[in-house]
Design a protein around this ligand. Structure first.
Ligand code: HEC
Ligand code: HEC
Length: 355
């Protein structure tokens, strides 16, 4: 090869590298605040890979996903300086429990159990009783202002955050909105896509006979679980009364009624996501059950026929029993299937772990 040819090849290679690199990095230009910031700072767009069979998600135009912003959100999530009592978000949302936490004796927030953080990018309703709606950015605003009452002077005095917010959001002074945006980035990428059940659906794993029978119960009229705990996303994200209470002893047991004031909404809760459900130590909004066996027993024989109970819970064939009529073996099969929703990949993924 002649020297000229070699030089030509070399320059083409360099050009290619430059083109590829410039495709990957983008200047920070899609934010609300155009007054400050360094135009030369570039960030790496984050490619949100939609899990197979999942519907598309909406990402707010003014908070596009970038690797650097996600890192910033993650750093905030694990930082105890956000609160005034030494807690970080991670104190109540731990990765090893699917971003939930074993419950303290009396729960949090008037006795609610902590909620796991799984596939929040698809949610429209948030919290057990659906009292928050909107984007993840909106939910983060509430966590910062109501739960933590974050001291903005303290945050603005941390030079590392000043630099990061300036570089990634082009703001000189950090406000709640900016922190909410960064936290929402991290929340949005906490995706569970690799449970045994996901692999089964993709033809990459085989269920044991127990799990397979459990799957049939879950997805047939026999168990009827799938109508609310919908396939793959594992929740319809809507409000239902699953017949847990005949009288509402505690204020929080009223659920969605506390949001709407409508008597038809008494005892309604947002269907929880069943991904990583076996990692939880307490079940239902107030953590009244401590094992999956107890949950299945409830659906089998404990359903209360109250006025606002979901019609699914008292279908014709159930009117006299108020339950499913599963035998001991079938109950075990259903529990075995619920365990296939555990996502070991997500709970050990270093990308999500403390910085
Ligand atoms: C003291 C414990 C505690 C701390 C600290 C905490 N949370 Fe929570 N979190 C909860 C509880 C409890 C709920 C459920 C509350 C309810 O439904 O009323 C919840 C709910 C949520 C939800 C809604 C999930 C869903 O499925 O709707 C998100 C998102 C969330 N927290 C994020 C955060 C972030 C981000 C932080 C830090 C800024 C944080 N949390 C700090 C206990 C905590
Ligand atoms: C009518 C809708 C509906 C049906 C049908 C239904 N669920 Fe639920 N499920 C809910 C709601 C709503 C909650 C939360 C109730 C609460 O906290 O008060 C819940 C809670 C749970 C929980 C506790 C999750 C947690 O994180 O605490 C498990 C486990 C569960 N359901 C499994 C099942 C199984 C198994 C079936 C089928 C036998 C089933 N569900 C049928 C709506 C439903």
């Amino acid at each position: 090869m002649s020297l000229i040819k070699k030089i030509q090849l070399f320059t083409t290679a360099i050009l290619l590298i430059v083109v590829i690199a410039s495709c990957k990095k983008e200047p920070v230009n899609n934010n609300n605040n155009n007054t400050v910031g360094d135009d030369t700072v570039v960030m790496t767009p984050y490619e949100f890979v939609l899990p197979t069979h999942f519907p598309a998600i909406t990402i707010p135009e003014d908070n596009k996903l970038y690797v650097e912003r996600i890192e910033l959100g993650k750093q905030l999530f694990f930082d105890t300086r956000l609160s005034n009592d030494g807690k970080s978000c991670a104190s109540c949302h731990k990765q090893e429990y699917g971003f939930s936490v074993p419950e303290p004796q009396h729960g949090f927030d008037k006795g609610h159990t902590s909620l796991p953080m799984i596939n929040l990018a698809w949610y429209k309703n948030f919290m057990w009783n659906g009292r928050l709606t909107g984007t993840l950015e909106d939910v983060m605003m509430t966590e910062l202002t109501v739960r933590f009452n974050t001291d903005l002077v303290k945050i603005n005095n941390i030079s590392e955050y000043r630099v990061m917010f300036k570089n990634f959001y082009r703001v000189d002074e950090i406000k709640y909105e900016d922190m909410a945006k960064a936290l929402a980035q991290y929340m949005r990428v906490l995706v569970s896509r690799d449970t045994k059940y996901d692999r089964y659906v993709k033809g990459q794993a085989v269920l044991t006979p127990m799990e397979e029978e459990g799957r049939r119960i879950f997805f047939s009229e026999k168990g009827d679980c799938f109508h609310c705990h919908t396939n793959l996303l594992a929740t319809d994200n809507l409000m239902h009364n699953n017949g847990l209470d005949s009288v509402y002893n505690k204020d929080i047991d009223l659920g969605y009624f506390n949001v709407t004031g409508n008597p038809n909404d008494k005892g309604k809760f947002r269907t929880p996501n069943l991904r990583n459900v076996a990692l939880r130590t307490h079940y239902m909004h107030d953590g009244r059950f401590t094992s999956l066996e107890q949950v299945v027993d409830f659906y089998n024989t404990g359903v209360n026929k109250v006025p606002s109970v979901d019609p699914l819970m008292t279908k014709d064939n159930r009117d006299d029993v108020f339950g499913l009529g599963l035998n001991e073996v079938e109950k075990k099969q259903l529990v075995a299937f619920l365990k296939t929703f555990t996502d070991s990949t997500m709970i050990t993924d270093k990308a999500f772990a403390a910085p």
